[in-house]
Design a protein around this ligand. Structure first.
Ligand SMILES: C[S@@+](CC[C@H](N)C(=O)[O-])C[C@H]1O[C@@H](n2cnc3c(N)ncnc32)[C@H](O)[C@@H]1O
Length: 265
């Protein structure tokens, strides 16, 4: 199911996600993910034995490659697939406790970008990632693969509320995500190409500040309601007549700058 709202109705108890390749499945299992089944062709049985042998009660389905391709709809060139139980996500408040650097992914549509942003977050020392209610799924097979399995390493959760996200009628709106970040002591910085944005190299990102960087969707960027709710707009100065970076590239640049200003090695 590709629709986030539909899918979230059957998660967690019936939800699953797919992990692919030895490295990714290993990372998922090491992070405590629970497998439901494995699927592979005969030539991979030995290679994956150290993984499925840890779960003697979990079935390992073995089939001819063309049949597996027909079943899954894609060529399984990385050996095996594991169907895994979706984890219960922590609350945002839990995640923010003790965190100092946070990335917020607002409505990112492309699973490749979500995966690449998690990879940067893991590599550049982000303590937690928050995804907005409409953001693409970090546990979609492609996000997991592009993240190199770092979606299992970086603590993350899906926000229940965000300035522009609709709340179901009759359900009291939980504190919008920006308020929650403020209550936890974070300065909320929007990465945005607005007139009032401060160039990244002039922004204090030192250890005295807890910062949450909000990155916007690929097409239109951040929503006006988000831009109005945050504390500061930050721009990565562009050259060469290029107006913006890909959102995953922008996340890597800003997270690197934070890391450098924290004096991290
Ligand atoms: C491809 S950009 C969206 C461009 C969109 N047309 C706009 O005006 O925001 C996707 C996201 O990457 C981030 N981004 C990309 N380039 C940036 C830059 N030079 N400065 C700050 N943020 C940037 C922003 O968060 C933006 O919402």
């Amino acid at each position: 199911m590709t629709d986030v709202r539909l899918r979230s109705r059957v998660e967690v108890e019936r939800g699953l996600f797919m992990a692919e390749s030895f490295e990714v499945i290993s990372r998922a299992l090491d992070a405590g993910a629970v497998p439901r089944s494995f699927l592979m062709s005969e030539k991979w049985i030995e290679r994956f034995a150290p993984l499925y042998a840890r779960f003697p009660r979990v079935p390992v389905f073995v089939g001819e490659e063309p049949l597996i391709e027909q079943l899954t709809g894609f060529h399984l060139h990385r050996g095996a697939l594991a169907a895994m139980q979706r984890p219960v996500l922590p609350s945002a408040a839990e995640l923010l406790e003790g965190a100092r650097t946070v990335a917020v992914l607002e409505d990112i549509v492309d699973h490749t970008n979500v995966g690449a942003m998690f990879r940067s977050a893991a590599a550049l020392g982000v303590d937690a990632v928050l995804v907005t209610p409409r953001c693409a799924d970090p546990l979609y097979r492609r996000s997991i693969r592009v993240s190199m399995g770092t979606v299992f390493q970086v603590p993350w959760t899906r926000l229940e509320a965000w300035p522009h996200a609709p709340h179901p009628p009759g359900v009291p709106a939980p504190a919008a995500g920006v308020d929650l970040l403020h209550e936890s002591g974070f300065d909320v910085l929007a990465l945005a190409l607005t007139d009032q944005a401060v160039p990244l190299d002039e922004v204090d990102l030192g250890p005295d500040r807890k910062v949450a960087f909000v990155l916007g969707t690929e097409g239109h960027g951040l929503q006006p309601s988000t831009l109005a709710a945050v504390d500061q707009h930050v721009i990565i100065p562009m050259a060469g007549g290029v107006d913006s970076l890909n959102v995953a590239a922008a996340s890597a640049v800003v997270l690197w700058q934070r890391r450098a200003m924290l004096g991290a090695g």
